[in-house]
Design a protein around this ligand. Structure first.
Ligand code: NAD
Length: 484
């Protein structure tokens, strides 16, 4: 089979890697390579950052009025809508997640560009009172410059757009280092918004490659004004240190160990479905996967029975099929990580209710599938209850009192999301205030929108994405004093 070649996208055009080195791209469902991407290094990053700097100053971008920038972003939204199926197919080919999930994400991405397009002409400074009537003082909110964006493989274009839409609305330009597992959709995206929506050359540059090479070169580049990173805590820490070294701001969207807390008064059928969807939707490969279920002792056995029944019905298979709930694991490293986590749970004495290991590829191939796995009676301090698995593994932990539930929920390094399942509205407000997490869902799990801020407490991240205020994370304020 002929392998496809994807190149970097720099200064509005395809660009081969300076090193001439390549990384192979695999289709996890076919368990076979489909193409290759540049294994970029500091020389490619240099080209991209230089192109971005030129674009930042170029009147074609830097000279656009707010109204024209908004119109351009609305055209981007139209173009993304027109290419949603194509982009979703590319993402499924790379990460093995279901086409219906990737397409649903693609269908929502235009909302981000339209929402932030609406803010372009609302970036107002202010005239401020002064103590001296002969002095005038006003503020201007100006773009930062070249933003380094580092993105993961699980929701590639959605997580890129959470950064790119507000950054562009604020007048910035970007160099993106997508995940080495899923770079093709970012390159195609940059091509279509440049060629079909008219985004000027150099405003959006894509440099592919490894985190420790291209990613590290980008985050430590002195020409970068800000680092916006989504991924795991290891890479996040490195990116944060690189930004700190250059005294640049960084936003980090990192991992989680999010709890779903089921109280005795919950609608138990609704809660069981929410718990199962919260962890096994996306095959657990979601930052907000509800990977711990804290269940009140009085309903513990009933909930365990029902979630096991529901998990047994989950269909593994071809991610392009509308009947598939979970596709293959995205890559070998992730599969090995899930297997290690499952072995920890077994060693640490958790009770296995279902799954517990790999499943043969239903088409007889070499694709890596993991059975939806539930462990009960998990010790909240054990490794499986503390570490992010990023796979279809649920840890169930019993609790007796509200105080105990809150203590267990807060008892990890993370703080991304939490679900509360109860009919008691007073309890909802009380517990929502005490849980250390950036998002709380009540009798639902995983909803969100471009209008609402999303991000983590503690090791789950720094800063927020989404919402009106967040555009200020991509702006800097200047104070102008005039002697009248
Ligand atoms: P990862 O950290 O391995 O990779 C993410 C990105 O960082 C990739 O592009 C990678 O190449 C790059 N990278 C790695 N090391 C780097 C370094 N030293 N310098 C610069 N860049 C570097 O994460 P992943 O496996 O792609 O994604 C899964 C992780 O992402 C999970 O932990 C998940 O929870 C997290 N995530 C968080 C959110 C959120 O919004 N909070 C959303 C999705 C995923």
């Amino acid at each position: 089979m002929t392998l496809l070649t994807v190149e970097n996208f720099i200064d509005g055009a395809s660009c081969p890697a300076q090193s001439g080195a390549w990384l192979e791209c695999d289709n996890p469902y076919e368990a076979a390579p489909w193409g290759r991407i540049p294994r970029s290094d500091a020389a490619d990053v240099e080209l991209a950052v230089a192109a971005a700097h030129r674009a930042f100053k170029d009147p074609a971008w830097g000279g656009l009025t707010a109204t024209k920038r908004a119109a351009l972003m609305n055209r981007m939204a139209d173009v993304i809508t027109a290419h949603a199926e194509e982009l979703a197919r590319i993402e499924t080919r790379d990460n093995g997640k279901t086409y219906k999930e990737m397409l649903a994400q693609l269908r929502r991405i235009p909302e981000w560009y339209r929402f932030y397009a609406g803010l372009c002409d609302k970036i107002n400074g202010a005239v401020l009172p002064t103590e001296n009537p002969d002095m005038m003082n006003y503020t201007r909110h100006e773009p930062l410059g070249v933003i380094a964006m580092i993105t993961p493989w699980n929701s590639p274009l959605m997580l890129l757009s959470w950064k790119l839409a507000p950054a562009l609305a604020a007048g910035n330009v970007a160099v993106v280092k997508p995940s080495e597992y899923t770079s093709a959709s970012a390159v195609r995206f940059a091509q279509i918004v440049t060629e079909e929506a008219g985004l000027p050359a150099g405003v959006l540059n894509i440099v592919t490659g490894l985190g420790a090479e291209a990613g590290a070169a980008l985050t430590r580049h002195p020409g970068i004004a800000k680092v916006a990173f989504t991924g795991g805590i290891g890479g996040g820490r490195q990116a944060y240190m690189a930004a700190a070294h250059n005294l640049r701001p960084a936003t980090l969207e990192l991992g989680g160990k999010s709890p779903n807390i089921v109280f005795a008064d919950a609608d138990l059928e609704q809660a069981a479905r929410g718990v199962v969807q919260g962890i096994f939707g996306s095959g657990g490969q979601s930052c907000v996967a509800g990977s711990r279920a804290l269940v009140h002792v009085s309903v513990y056995d009933r909930v365990l029975t029902r979630i096991t029944e529901l998990a047994d019905k989950i269909r593994l298979g071809d991610p392009m099929s509308p009947d598939t709930d979970i596709g293959p694991v995205a890559n070998r490293a992730q599969f090995d990580r899930i297997m290690t986590c499952i072995s920890w749970a077994k060693e640490d004495g958790a009770r296995l209710l279902c799954g517990g290991g790999a499943v043969a590829d239903p088409k007889g191939g070499a694709a890596l599938f993991v059975a939806p796995t539930i462990f009960a009676d998990v010790d909240p301090a054990s490794r499986i209850a503390q570490e992010e698995v990023f796979g279809p593994v649920l840890s169930v932990i019993p609790f007796e009192t509200e105080a105990q539930a809150v203590e267990i929920a807060n008892g990890t390094a993370f703080g991304l999301g939490a679900g509360l399942w109860t009919r008691d509205i007073a309890r909802v407000h009380k517990i929502a205030a005490r849980i250390e997490a950036g998002t709380i869902w009540v009798n639902s799990y995983k909803g969100g929108s471009h209008i609402s801020p999303f991000g983590g407490f503690k090791a789950s991240g720094i800063g927020r994405e989404g919402g009106v205020e967040m555009i200020h994370d991509y702006l800097q304020t200047k104070s102008v004093w005039i002697n009248l």
